[in-house]
Design a binder for this molecule. Structure first.
Ligand code: ATP
Length: 460
């Protein structure tokens, strides 16, 4: 490592292409990941090119920069404020306020580029985080201290589901919560900020945003800024952290834009050749250690509903639970549009959730899978042609499908019914009741958008 004063050198711009700036330092100069300034424009060193110039990604619009502009190396990487001071605040990638209040008065600032904790420090807890959302608690239980993905194409309800999860879990979460918005709409960020204020949980929450309108460099780095703050609460305060990311796909996408700007050759489906390492550099830091747990829930946009997309597939490999949202279900109004057959969790084993829960989840899946197989026959021949056994399967499956829908508090203004949180026990009892019946007195619509089944029915 060069001495700090040498790292704090002054240089000049030798090339500007889009959001990429090359700067040459005749004496000394920055190291990889160092933060530089050309006027007010922040730059981060991404690599060094032939001749020794530092190739940087701009974090602000580069208008006004030209050949010969002076570049000042700050002598280190981007550092964000950490500590209690960031609680209740809405910040950007630098930890600067975007809520109109003065900068957080933090005692400490830390580099956003940090190594993940060593394997020997990590722990597995095998504990479930109950969400009150029937389809998730039953079929893809979320691991406390693990990573959960909410997968879905455009407009199938990822953001709504994530907001509902925040609504249901943040209030009961003992530690702090961190929301990181990457590359999504700013309007949604403002709504969430207001909702958190109304729910009275803002003082235990930090929100960081690098939204759609910002440069790829910002969207690429904001996740690391958020993690740096989360790590402080985990390591220095020994607290549990709930980390919510909307949308982790936008991180990969920003990496791909950066890679393209840097002139790297694209790899599969046009993604950056460094996709796997970039994603791992972020995901590996989201770890639970002896000091505290980081439970993360990440929305994952699936381009063109193609689940074999390399970004989706790589993200999938880091997760302990995957909640897959299906367009077909959303089109039928079966919200949350959780696909019961494609969603999964490593928690769903008899050892963790117990034999009863495991058996009910399997029976629900089996019934819905059988119904899927019968759909073509029903479409061609009509339901009357089915055997009595198959007709009972269809009746059960259609009621299960509806029972797994649920009114959400976060959209109740638009949809009408009040949001409902359903205890796991009520979800299990409801499914058990439906699974045990061959004939139903009540119509399918009675099971749609409800919370728990009425007690009289469960008892019967
Ligand atoms: N649980 C729900 N109950 C009722 N309506 C819902 C629900 N979830 C989603 N919707 C409807 O679907 C719309 C899209 O949802 P949302 O914005 O969460 O999708 P998304 O997957 O995040 O989309 P994008 O990829 O465009 O960000 C909502 O505006 C709402 O009308």
């Amino acid at each position: 490592m060069t001495a700090p004063d040498k790292r704090r050198a002054e240089g000049r711009i030798v090339a500007v292409r889009g959001g990429i700036v090359d700067a040459f330092f005749p004496e000394g100069g920055p190291e990889l990941d160092d933060l530089l300034y050309a006027g007010d424009v922040a730059l981060q060193v991404m690599s060094f090119v032939q001749g020794g110039a530092a190739r940087c990604i701009a974090l602000h619009p580069v208008q006004g920069l030209g050949l010969g502009t002076t570049v000042r190396a700050t002598g280190g990487p981007i550092k964000v404020p950490v500590g209690e001071a960031v609680l209740g605040r809405m910040l950007d990638v630098f930890g600067d306020p975007i809520d109109g209040l003065p900068a957080p008065e933090a005692a400490d600032h830390r580099s956003i580029h940090r190594a993940p904790p060593p394997l020997s420090d990590r722990i597995l807890r095998a504990e479930v985080l109950e969400t009150g959302i029937k389809a998730i608690d039953l079929l893809a239980p979320i691991e406390r201290g693990g990573k959960t993905g909410l997968f879905g194409g455009a407009g199938v309800g990822k953001t709504v589901l994530l907001s509902e999860l925040i609504h249901n879990t943040v209030e009961h979460h003992h530690g702090v919560s961190l929301f990181c918005g990457i590359g999504e709409r700013s309007r949604e960020a403002e709504e969430l900020w207001r909702e958190m204020g109304e729910a009275g949980v803002r003082d235990r929450m930090v929100m960081l945003f690098g939204q759609m309108k910002e440069s790829p460099g910002v969207r690429f780095l904001v996740g690391k800024s958020a993690l740096t703050m989360a790590e402080w609460f985990r390591d220095d305060r020994k607290q549990d952290v709930l980390l919510l990311i909307d949308n982790i796909f936008r991180y990969v996408q920003a990496g791909s834009e950066v890679s393209g700007l840097m002139g790297r050759m694209p790899s599969r489906v046009g993604y950056q050749p460094t996709l796997a390492t970039e994603l791992a550099s972020l995901q590996e830091r989201i770890a639970s250690t002896k000091a505290g747990a980081i439970t993360s829930i990440q929305a994952v946009y699936v381009p063109a509903d193609d689940f074999t997309d390399p970004a989706a597939a790589h993200i999938f490999s880091h997760l302990s639970a995957s909640v897959v949202l299906s367009r077909k279900r959303a089109a039928e109004g079966l919200y949350p549009a959780v696909d019961p057959l494609a969603s999964s969790s490593v928690m769903l084993t008899p050892n963790v959730v117990g034999q009863r829960h495991y058996d009910i989840a399997r029976a629900v899946r089996r019934t819905l899978a059988e119904y899927d197989d019968l759909r073509d026959i029903i479409a061609m021949l009509g339901i009357e042609e089915l055997s009595a056994h198959d007709r009972a399967v269809v009746a059960r499956a259609r009621r299960l499908e509806r029972f797994l829908t649920q009114p959400f508090a976060t959209v109740s203004m638009a949809t009408g019914p009040q949001g409902q949180m359903v205890p796991l026990e009520a979800t299990l009892a409801g499914c058990e009741t439906i699974l045990a019946q061959d004939k139903f007195d009540r119509p399918e619509s009675d099971y749609y958008m409800i919370g728990a089944l009425p007690v009289t029915e469960v008892a019967a």
